[in-house]
Design a binder for this molecule. Structure first.
Ligand code: ADP
Ligand code: ZN
Length: 618
């Protein structure tokens, strides 16, 4: 049996993928696979899980089965592997019957190293019979958290995978997931009946992601400003509700940023179209609910914006995790308002109200919410807070890749005086009005309601006339979020004082909020510039267009041709011969044969047009 030290491992890595070295956790995972030992591999998104199950069957010359939850994921993986010359196939309902027959025949001849299947397909009698005829090595269960009810993507079909252990006692089982919680991990081990597994948990930090938390004052304004930093780059904007996604997508489009909305309420066809257009790089910006998730395989997402706070750190990590899967820099911005926590709270309460014990049903979700709120409202290193949330320790003092460590978050400011003005206004209004009216009175507005109630005669009318209304609204939400003011439940919430409000009014309590960042406040993180070192941007753009054209001709997503790392490598080293080209990361034998000449032509003509040096030593 081959081992990790076997030169065949490195040889396969170079030949198929054009990579020089394995990442630390990959080596251990491949070792377990080659030894035939069960394993559970937990690596964050972009950590390189796929190579762990792709290399062993190629080296051991056997056929392994990969169980995958979505047809789109299988298709992308098979396209990607075929482009590298790696013998892989998939059997699912989208494959025409005649072709399935052909694939089965070739499988029996040992023509494929990997077969991707859905759990439903795997457990059919026909497939079980087919498996007996193969030189079967192992089962790799991708997205293994789908087996657990405690995860966020539970799929009942995954439960049936329990039978694999009994039916194929000699085949090893390897589970892969990016989900970190202990409970899900234990559930996977138990459900799959893993025997003495190697449990390999990678580092949860994503150093290439730059996290920023920005107090939300003007949603569309913030989103437009951030997206303008990412022209022609892929971005996902997450919203809480379906309606929010459509409103924001329309606003963006009206402002010259073409954006598509995506949510579970869309009919299947338009929904699929958004996903396909995003993968094909026909659409770069998608405004979505959490429904836009697992099926996204675009590795060059350079920006993920949360238009509102997600309901847990787990969700935050999953969603921001879709950025920078290629390892290159990406920006993740959370636009935070304390109002978000209130919105989630009422959603949680409402759904818990239907259960027998509403308080008990709501408690765990409220706890998750509180953790997320803490992360969003605390001024501390974001990388550290996320990593520590998942029970790992963080070694660096300064991550150099979050708003706090970059010195953009300007800390907390004291707003006790403003808070007192707001609270006394609520008091003057006899605790009978909602946020909008309270803000109108503070701002000194002359609305119908103000006139009708004679509120322009109040001493608090206009006492915050110098503060922009959006800012007053934010402060009101802050006060509610910090528990200094209450909002009654129901459809017509009104603001009411509580004991803490009284303490603030008496001057026994001070109130602090995060300062709004100034326009000049943003600093570039090192990671945001170093990925472009030596890259000729003009050439990069030209090669990207070439990639899009080739992808369209072949009907595959562009990254299947070359990912952005490779494209930047080409635009930096600018090879004009096969010998220099093979040195670029991500170019194996097959891709060199298939695309080498076309890219060399494009590079040569660009470089002579622009007088740029070629064949840089790198
Ligand atoms: P995951 O499935 O864990 O999200 P992937 O398997 O998609 O991650 O890998 C993420 C990216 O990293 C891919 O572009 C992949 O080609 C690249 N990659 C994986 N392993 C290596 C390696 N050893 N060296 C260089 N790049 C790698
Ligand atoms: Zn930091």
């Amino acid at each position: 049996m081959p081992a990790i030290s076997d030169p065949a491992v490195l040889d396969a890595l170079r030949r198929y993928w054009g990579y020089d070295a394995l990442r630390p956790m990959q080596a251990e995972a491949i070792d377990a696979e080659l030894e035939g030992r069960d394993s559970l591999v937990v690596l964050p998104t972009g950590g390189g899980k796929s190579l762990c199950y792709q290399i062993p069957p190629a080296v051991a010359e056997r056929t392994d089965i990969v169980v995958s939850p979505l047809i789109s994921l299988m298709k992308d993986q098979v396209d990607g592997l075929r482009a590298c010359g790696y013998p892989a196939t998939a059997l699912h309902s989208g494959v025409p019957f005649a072709e399935q027959r052909e694939i089965e025949r070739d499988l029996r001849d040992g023509a494929y190293q990997l077969v991707f299947v859905s759990p439903e397909r795997l457990l059919t009698n026909a497939f079980m019979l087919l498996l007996r005829d193969l030189n079967l090595g192992a089962f790799a269960i991708d997205e293994a958290h789908c087996i657990s009810q405690w995860g966020h993507d539970f799929r009942p079909e995954y439960r049936q995978l329990r039978v694999l252990r009994q039916r194929f006692p000699d085949a090893a089982i390897h589970a892969y997931t990016a989900t970190a919680t202990e409970r899900v991990r234990n559930d996977i081990l138990l459900q799959l009946g893993l025997h003495d597994p190697a449990v390999l948990v990678g580092d949860f930090d994503r150093p290439n992601l730059v996290y920023r938390v920005v107090p939300r004052v003007d949603l569309a304004g913030h989103v437009i400003e951030i997206l303008r930093r990412h022209p022609r780059e892929a971005a996902i904007v997450y919203c809480i509700s379906r309606r929010d996604t459509e409103t924001l997508a329309n606003t963006l489009t009206a402002n010259g940023i073409v954006a598509a909305a995506y949510h579970a309420g869309l009919a299947p066809a338009p929904r699929q179209k958004v996903q396909d257009d995003f993968a094909a790089e026909l659409v770069d910006v998608v405004v979505a609910t959490v429904a836009f998730g697992m099926g996204i395989d675009r590795s060059n997402v350079r920006c993920v914006i949360h238009a509102a706070m997600p309901k847990s750190v787990e969700h935050f990590q999953q969603e921001t995790g879709r950025a920078g899967r290629d390892g290159l820099e990406a920006e993740c911005v959370l636009l935070y308002s304390p109002a978000d926590a209130m919105r989630w709270e009422s959603l949680v309460q409402r759904s818990a109200a239907e259960s027998d014990d509403p308080a008990a049903a709501a408690a765990p979700q409220l706890e998750l919410l509180a953790q997320m709120r803490h992360l969003a409202s605390t001024v501390g290193c974001r990388h550290r807070m996320i990593v520590e949330h998942f029970g790992q320790s963080y070694a660096k003092d300064n991550c150099g890749a979050c708003d706090v460590c970059l010195g953009e978050a300007e800390g907390l400011i004291d707003v006790t005086v403003e808070a007192q003005k707001i609270l006394s206004c609520v008091y003057r209004l006899e605790q009978r009005f909602g946020v909008t009216h309270v803000v109108a009175v503070l701002a000194g507005a002359d609305t119908d309601a103000v006139r009708r109630w004679n509120h322009d005669a109040l001493s608090t009318h206009g006492i915050m006339a110098d503060t922009p209304r959006k800012e007053i609204t934010r402060l009101v939400h802050e006060l509610v979020g910090q528990g200094m003011l209450d909002r009654t439940p129901g459809d017509m919430p009104v603001l009411v004082l509580n004991e803490r409000s009284v303490e603030v009014l008496k001057g026994d309590r001070t109130i602090q909020v995060q300062r709004r960042p100034t326009r000049r406040g943003r600093t570039k993180a090192t990671i945001e510039t170093e990925g472009w070192t030596g890259v000729d941007r003009g050439l990069f753009d030209r090669l990207r267009d070439l990639r899009t054209r080739l992808a369209r001709e072949r009907n595959v997503p562009p990254y299947v041709i070359f990912n952005d790392v490779t494209l930047r490598g080409l635009a930096a080293l600018r090879p004009t011969t096969f010998e220099t080209m093979i040195r670029v990361k991500g170019i194996g034998r097959k891709k060199l044969d298939d695309f080498g000449e076309t890219f060399i032509d494009a590079i040569s003509s660009y470089c002579s047009e622009h007088g740029v040096a070629v064949d840089i030593e790198g």
